[in-house]
Design a protein around this ligand. Structure first.
Ligand code: ATP
Ligand code: MN
Length: 465
């Protein structure tokens, strides 16, 4: 099988062989020309650059050439030659052209360049054919691959945690119910409550908001694990940084304290950004030139700087002294808003910041309690343009302390009996964090809306495609 992709021809024409016959297939981005010669810009998704196909009008039926419009799909055989024109080094001199599928210019929505991101969201089924989304989707693939490579190279095991759970991982967010009940006829107990015993799993279940709790079970057996899968949050927050369905990477490590955890998080993100710079420069250059002139600079600088490490209490002091007026007022105890996080990163330090030791009230029950009785060993990694990209912590490994915290919060041990078992049997110091995959992609692509870094975004009122 010899399936050439356009990338092979454009990047390594000498390997394909100038003067050789080639066969290419792809979607037409544009056709222009005159009575004698037609130039077709062809793209097959393997690379952002188009391949120029040159067709002598004398060789082809006028009716056939007419079908070669923007969006149509064609199959060309011809000779690979050095290009006469500028803008490309090689082109294909067409000998045969077959139209696989035409695209009526009256109807095909991607006729011209420069559509708004908002418009493209309405045609999410076609937007992968634009240059922007081609770049984003190739980068998305590269980052997913690099994540697996990073962990595999370091002896971490990929653990599949369930998507359907009976636990709310941290009160982390509103959850989607999973049920097979007929919603018009929900079984009730005698006192009028919903009778989940009759539901598919015999109990109330949800889509997971995080794989962490199960991840911890894995770490207490395999040492170092990571999860990488979809998570679901029914939070009705219509922001450029929140999706209802997003992907999360959650490493969990036995014998790591919070310092080890921060070191891993920093090394991990730097590795991923460097991987994109090393392997996806064509896509980054396109996004940099067309969309965000600071993108490549920003990526390079993140790989070089040491992230700031700072306590929450010190961060609050800095924010209190800031001249900037914040929409949400600052005082010790608040959950930091994106505007606060971005002030620290973009205005004050001008580099990524890892914030630690948050008030326990604003963090999850499982985080390791500090001796001050007020703060926990949480760590959030804050990034320019995004705010929080990672949330993590050292976990509370002490059975009694964990139990007290759970009771303080009005929860019961029974709800999490299997989680408590890890603290009963061979408990160990351990840590972990969650990286939002789409937040990473916002940073790596320079896109400003999270809806534009996932093929089919799920947000309130939107699940069309
Ligand atoms: P935020 O405060 O930004 O809403 P969070 O504190 O609720 O985030 P965590 O529960 O710590 O988030 O989740 C870990 C990571 O998952 C976050 O650092 C972020 O990168 C990502 N994340 C969280 N919620 C969403 C969402 N709704 N859409 C996309 N990514 C998200
Ligand atoms: Mn968080």
């Amino acid at each position: 099988m010899n399936k050439l992709r356009l990338k092979d021809i454009i990047k390594t024409p000498e390997v394909v062989g100038i003067g050789n016959s080639v066969e290419v297939k792809g979607w037409v981005r544009s056709r222009r020309g005159n009575n004698f010669v037609q130039f077709i810009a062809l793209n097959d998704g393997s690379i952002v650059t188009n391949l120029q196909v040159v067709a002598d009008t004398a060789k082809f039926d006028e009716a056939l050439l007419k079908q070669i419009t923007t969006g149509s799909c064609i199959h060309v055989t011809g000779k690979l030659v050095e290009s006469q024109g500028k803008g490309q080094t090689v082109e294909v001199q067409a000998e045969t052209i077959e139209v696989y599928g035409s695209a009526d210019p009256e109807q095909y929505p991607l006729q011209k360049k420069g559509h708004s991101m908002e418009f493209l969201r309405e045609i999410a089924h076609l937007r992968p054919r634009t240059n922007y989304f081609g770049c984003v989707l190739r980068l998305r693939h590269a980052m997913a691959f690099a994540i697996h490579k990073y962990f595999n190279d370091r002896g971490f095991f990929y653990l599949h945690t369930p998507l359907i759970t009976a636990s709310d991982a941290e009160g982390a967010g509103e959850m989607f119910n999973v049920t097979t009940f007929d919603l018009n006829n929900i079984p009730r107990t005698e006192d009028g409550q919903i009778d989940y015993k009759q539901d598919f799993f015999g109990k109330h279940t949800n889509l997971t908001v995080s794989g962490q709790l199960e991840g911890e079970l894995g770490a207490m057996a395999l040492g170092n694990i990571y999860t990488f899968g979809p998570t679901f949050r029914a939070e009705n927050s219509n922001t450029p940084r929140h999706l209802a369905e997003f992907w999360m990477i959650e490493p969990e490590m036995a014998f790591y304290d919070i310092k080890d955890n921060m070191d891993l998080a920093e090394d991990f993100i730097k590795y991923l950004v460097q991987y994109a710079l090393d392997n996806n420069m064509d896509d980054l250059k396109f996004l940099n030139d067309m969309f965000d002139k600071e993108l490549i600079n920003r990526l390079e600088s993140v790989t070089k700087v040491d992230f700031v490490r700072l306590g929450y209490t010190e961060a609050i002091d800095i924010l209190l002294q800031a001249k900037k007026k914040f929409e949400y007022p600052v005082k010790w105890g608040i959950d930091l808003q994106s505007e606060h996080e971005r002030y620290l990163v973009e205005n004050h330090f001008k580099k990524p910041v890892i914030l630690t030791d948050y008030p326990k009230e604003i963090k999850a029950f499982y985080m390791k309690q500090n001796d001050d009785g007020k703060t926990v060993r949480a760590m959030d990694v804050l990034f320019p343009t995004i705010g929080e990209i990672i949330g993590g912590s050292e976990r509370e490994a002490d059975y009694n302390k964990l139990l007290n915290r759970v009771h303080e919060l009005g929860m019961t041990e029974e709800q999490y009996w299997w989680y408590f078992d890890t603290r009963k049997f061979g408990s160990a110091p351990h840590s972990g964090f969650g990286l939002g995959f789409e937040r990473l992609l916002l940073f790596v692509t320079g896109m400003t809306n999270i809806r534009d870094v996932i093929p089919f975004p799920r947000t309130p009122q939107n699940a069309e495609f």
